[in-house]
Ligand binder design. Structure first.
Ligand SMILES: [Zn+2]
Length: 190
């Protein structure tokens, strides 16, 4: 882990070299990852250029971490009930969005709540079963919407915000749950 001081904060980050042309920054499950082209040096300059964006993300994560203590996981649910619940939600949103999901897969994933493939299959993280149903609905809707809008662009988020008025709060709470599960499952942060 490397670290950089931005304003009054020491921010840790992980440096990764890849065969790419341009450097980029991303937050992966709460940790800043700096992805650099091979032979790139002086990432501090890059980090300082994006300091506002980094600080915004760091504050969001800190807030989410503070909320973890008040959360509880739902352990009274079995896999079959969860599967049925998801299938029912998928049907509801298929109708609402006038789309058809090809197949639903369930997997335990370490870095995301769900995904959607280009052929219309959605994968739902099994760990979602421990969360209240409103989060399951949020993630399922998100993945189904990807069958219409592939990318996380403005059109995509406009639909999300229209459907879930408190989407920002839900995103933050999802993050808190993520930290709680990471702790419970013993996952590393990356
Ligand atoms: Zn997405």
């Amino acid at each position: 882990m490397e670290a950089i001081k931005i304003k009054d904060k020491t921010i840790q980050y992980k440096k990764v070299y890849r065969r790419i042309r341009y450097p980029r920054l991303e937050f992966k499950t709460g940790c800043l990852v700096v992805i650099l082209p091979e032979n790139y040096c002086g990432e501090e300059k890059l980090l300082l250029k994006h300091k506002e964006w980094i600080l915004k993300k760091v504050h969001f994560i800190e807030d989410a971490l503070k909320e973890v203590k008040g959360l509880e996981l739902n352990s009274n649910i079995d896999k079959a009930t969860f599967t049925k619940k998801v299938e029912k939600i998928v049907k509801e949103f298929e109708k609402e969005l006038d789309v058809k999901v090809n197949k639903i897969f369930f997997r335990k994933m370490k870095t995301k709540w769900g995904s959607c493939s280009s052929d219309g299959n959605i994968t739902i993280n099994k760990l979602l079963m421990f969360l209240p149903v409103r989060f399951i609905r949020y993630i399922v809707f998100h993945e189904i919407l990807h069958t219409i809008h592939r990318k996380h662009n403005t059109e995509f988020y406009n639909v999300i915000k229209k459907k879930f008025k408190n989407s920002e709060k839900i995103e933050k709470e999802l993050f808190s749950y993520w930290f709680l599960l990471v702790e419970r499952e013993g996952y590393g942060m990356i």
